[in-house]
Design a protein around this ligand. Structure first.
Ligand code: ADP
Length: 169
């Protein structure tokens, strides 16, 4: 498994699937979610609406997959990060589940390369360093049969980028 770190906008990344830090409605929001829907266009929202009709909302830590519309990636995996609030073990497990379930869904669909934003570290308020540690640890602990070919961490802000640079050294 190859791990890469990029500073930039995840909507420009060409991989099999980029991950969206969605909310449980799956119908779009601010931050990276807004950027993905804006640039990806109608197709993503259509697929999200179809998923909503079938299964209702998406629970925290779970993931669903849609087409990617106008984005350079082939698919978007939407996962719902925890709202940090006061933190706690459950929130940490839910964040780890976001990474685990997104990768499971990637592999289940026969896909190989994935790019993650720093889930929950924006509007949802998860401390950046702890969130980065959880993401890296979760991915490094995957069994060989559960590993993608390539995982890219895409950091939008300098602070997250520096944290990942240090962690991945
Ligand atoms: P959450 O609600 O899960 O906290 P946000 O979208 O508010 O989601 O923030 C998650 C992370 O995504 C933050 O670190 C933010 O800096 C980052 N982010 C925002 N826009 C983009 C983008 N276009 N590409 C990659 N990351 C982004």
């Amino acid at each position: 498994m190859k791990l890469e770190l990029i500073k930039g906008d995840i909507t420009t990344i060409k991989v099999d699937a980029i991950v969206n830090a969605a909310n449980s409605s799956l119908l779009g929001g601010g931050g990276v979610d807004g950027a993905i829907h804006r640039k990806g266009g109608e197709q993503i929202l259509e697929d999200c609406q179809a998923i909503r009709q079938k299964q209702g909302k998406c629970d925290t830590g779970q993931a669903v997959i849609t087409r990617a519309g106008n984005l350079p990636s082939n698919y978007v995996i939407h996962t719902v990060g925890p709202v940090y609030n006061k933190g706690g073990v459950l929130k940490e497990q839910q964040l780890a589940n976001c990474y685990k379930n997104s990768i499971n869904l990637l592999i289940k669909n026969g896909l190989k390369t994935i790019a993650f934003p720093n889930i929950s570290t924006g509007i949802y308020g998860f401390p950046k360093k702890r969130a980065a540690e959880i993401s890296v640890k979760t991915i490094l602990c995957l069994a060989p049969s559960e590993q993608p070919e390539k995982v890219i961490f895409v950091c939008f802000d300098d602070q997250n980028y520096r944290i990942y640079e240090e962690l991945l050294k």
